[in-house]
Design a binder for this molecule. Structure first.
Ligand code: C2O
Ligand code: CU
Ligand code: CU
Length: 504
C-alpha cells in the first residue's frame, strides 16, 4: 500500500476517534469554581441500563496509525505562524457507535493539533478558554519567555482569551509539546484530553530525507460508564495510568513499514505518569534525538526509557526478524508504584505492518555539534522526597510543598548551573525544568556514579528511587521558572518549586 493511501485511510478510519470539529458537541458549562461537570444528559443510554448490560466492551483496536491533524498557519508573511487554539468540551464516540465520552480538547481533536514550526518563526497563538476551569498553555521544553510560558501565575479564566507570542531562536529545532499548567488542575486537564505536539524544524536537518511517523502516547482511564474516570486516592499516590495506552488517540494502531526502509519516529510521552520502556525487537533502532533535538551521533539502542513529559527521535529500519514480535513493545519497568501492580509482561502497543521492500536510505554518522556545558558558576541540590504521614503534603522538593507565592531561589541568566537531583524516595520521579534544555552529566547506578556516554539536550530526566542525577544548564531568558516531577498528580500535589532567573 502506498503511503498516500495510508494517510487517506487514516483520515477516514481514524475519524471516529479523532473527532473532527463537526462532531464536537457542547456540554453545559458549569459554574466557574466547581470542578464537577454533569455529563449525564449526554449519555446515549442511562448509566444504570448500561451497567445492567454488564461491563463495557473493550475499545476497538485502531487500524492505521492516524496522522496528527496539523494546526493551519493563518499568517501570510514568511517567518510568521498565527493560529487559534480553543480548549473546550468535546464528545467522542470511542466505540464508533452511539456511546459518547466527554473529553476536553484543543480545537476539537484528541490529541490536540500538531503545531509545525521553523526555527526563527514568530508565533502568535490566540487562545480561548471554554473550559469550566482556569487554564494556561505551557510550551513544554521550548525556549519561551517566562510570561508567555503558561505559568500557573498567569491563568486564563473560563470564557477568557489571551495571546501567546514568542520567537523561536536558531538552534531550537526539536520535538516539544503543549499542555495546560494551571494551579492544581494540570493532571485533570491533561487526562481529559488537553495535550498536543509541537515540532520545530531546521532548514539544515540532516534527516529530512527520511519519512516521519509521529507517535503521541497518552493514557486513557475509563470508568464503568465509559467516561473518563476521576482520579482515585491510589492515582494521586502512584500517578494515574489507564486501561488504554493510546497512540495518537487510537488503541493498538498499525504502523506501516517496508523491509529495509528507514523511518524517523518522533515519540511523545503525554501520559500522566506511565514510564514507557519501548522496544522494537524485530527491527534496528537508533536513538537520534531527545527532547531538545538531534544528538551529535546516532546511538544504537535495544530499548528506550521514555518518562512522562519526555520525547525522543528514533530511526527505525524495517528488518522483520523471525522469532520475535514485529510490533512496538512496551516492556515491564518498575517505577515503585505502591497501590497498583507493576506491568509484568511485554505488551504490544502498536503493530507493524510489512509493506514489501524498500532501499535503505543513508543515516549520517554525525547529526550536529553539541558542545558540553563548561564548569558551573552555581550549584544546587534538588531533593525529591515523600512524606506518607501527611496527606496534604505528600510529595516534596527540598522538604517543601509548592507555594505559588514562594520563590524557592534566584539565579542568573547566562550562568551555567549544575544541579544534583536526588531521589530520596520510594518511587521514581521524572524531573522537568521549564524554559531551557539541560545536559545530563552522570547518574548513579546502584549507588555508583556513571558518566553519561553521550551528550544530549533534554528537559525531562527520570530520577529513579534512590538515584542521583547530575545535570547542567543555562537559562537564556529571565523570569520565574518551575521545576517539578512530571507525574502530573505529584506536580499538582506540590512536587514543584520555582526559581527566579534575573537578567544581568
Ligand atoms: Cu510539561 Cu511544567 O510541564
Ligand atoms: Cu515544561
Ligand atoms: Cu513524582
Amino acid at each position: 500500500m502506498q503511503r498516500r493511501n495510508f494517510l487517506q485511510l487514516a483520515a477516514a478510519g481514524g475519524a471516529a476517534w479523532l473527532a473532527p470539529k463537526a462532531m464536537a458537541e457542547e456540554f453545559p458549562m458549569v459554574v466557574a469554581g466547581t470542578d464537577h461537570v454533569d455529563m449525564g444528559h449526554s449519555m446515549p443510554m442511562p448509566a444504570a441500563a448500561m451497567q445492567a448490560n454488564g461491563a463495557l466492551p473493550p475499545l476497538p483496536p485502531g487500524e492505521h496509525l492516524p496522522a496528527l491533524p496539523r494546526l493551519a498557519n493563518e499568517a501570510a508573511e514568511a517567518g510568521h505562524f498565527r493560529a487559534s487554539l480553543e480548549a473546550a468540551p468535546l464528545q467522542a464516540a470511542l466505540w464508533g457507535d452511539s456511546r459518547q465520552t466527554a473529553f476536553w480538547a484543543y480545537n476539537g481533536s484528541l490529541p490536540g493539533p500538531l503545531i509545525e514550526l521553523w526555527e526563527g518563526d514568530q508565533l502568535e497563538i490566540n487562545f480561548s478558554n471554554r473550559l469550566p476551569q482556569p487554564t494556561t498553555i505551557h510550551w513544554h521544553g521550548m525556549p519561551v519567555p517566562a510570561e508567555q510560558d503558561g505559568n500557573p501565575h498567569d491563568p486564563v479564566q473560563p470564557g477568557a482569551q489571551r495571546q501567546y507570542r514568542f520567537t523561536l531562536p536558531a538552534g531550537s529545532a526539536g520535538t516539544y509539546w503543549y499542555h495546560p499548567h494551571p494551579h492544581g488542575h494540570t493532571a485533570e486537564q491533561a487526562f481529559r484530553g488537553l495535550a498536543g505536539a509541537v515540532i520545530v524544524r531546521s532548514k539544515d536537518d540532516p534527516l529530512r530525507h527520511l519519512p516521519e511517523q509521529h507517535l503521541l502516547f497518552s493514557d486513557l482511564k475509563l470508568d464503568a460508564d465509559g467516561q473518563v474516570a476521576a482520579n482515585e486516592m491510589a492515582d494521586l499516590h502512584d500517578g494515574r495510568e489507564g486501561q488504554y495506552l493510546l497512540i495518537n488517540g487510537t488503541w493498538q494502531p498499525m504502523i506501516p513499514l517496508f523491509q529495509g526502509e528507514r523511518q524517523r519516529w518522533r515519540l511523545w510521552n503525554a501520559s500522566s505518569s506511565r514510564i514507557l520502556k519501548l522496544a522494537l525487537p524485530a527491527h534496528d533502532v537508533q536513538l537520534v534525538g531527545t527532547d531538545g533535538g538531534l544528538l551529535a551521533a546516532p546511538q544504537t539502542i535495544d530499548s528506550l526509557l521514555l518518562p512522562p513529559g519526555a520525547r525522543a527521535e528514533l530511526v527505525v529500519t524495517g528488518r522483520f526478524r523471525d522469532g520475535v514480535p514485529a510490533g512496538l513493545i512496551s516492556q515491564p519497568y518498575r517505577r515503585g508504584k505502591m497501590m497498583h501492580a507493576e506491568q509484568q509482561q511485554d505488551e504490544v502497543v502498536a503493530g507493524i505492518m510489512q509493506h514489501g521492500l524498500k532501499p535503505t536510505q543513508l543515516l549520517p554518522a554525525s547529526l550536529r555539534a553539541i558542545a558540553p556545558l563548561g564548569a558551573p558558576g552555581f550549584r544546587r541540590r534538588i531533593e525529591f522526597s515523600e512524606n506518607m504521614a501527611d496527606m496534604s503534603s505528600m510529595f516534596l522538593i527540598n522538604g517543601h510543598s509548592y507555594d505559588m507565592n514562594r520563590i524557592d531561589g534566584t539565579g542568573k541568566v547566562g550562568r551555567i548551573e549544575e544541579w544534583e537531583l536526588v531521589g530520596n524516595a520510594h518511587m521514581d520521579h521524572p524531573f522537568h525544568l521549564h524554559g531551557t534544555q539541560f545536559q545530563v552529566l552522570a547518574r548513579t547506578v546502584d549507588g555508583l556514579w556513571e558518566d553519561e556516554t553521550f551528550l544530549a539536550w533534554r528537559d525531562v530526566v527520570n530520577v529513579a528511587a534512590g538515584q542521583s542525577v547530575r545535570i547542567r544548564f543555562v537559562q537564556h531568558l529571565p523570569g520565574l521558572r518551575m521545576y517539578h516531577c512530571h507525574i502530573l498528580e505529584h506536580e499538582d500535589q506540590g512536587m514543584m518549586a520555582q526559581i527566579d532567573f534575573l537578567a544581568e
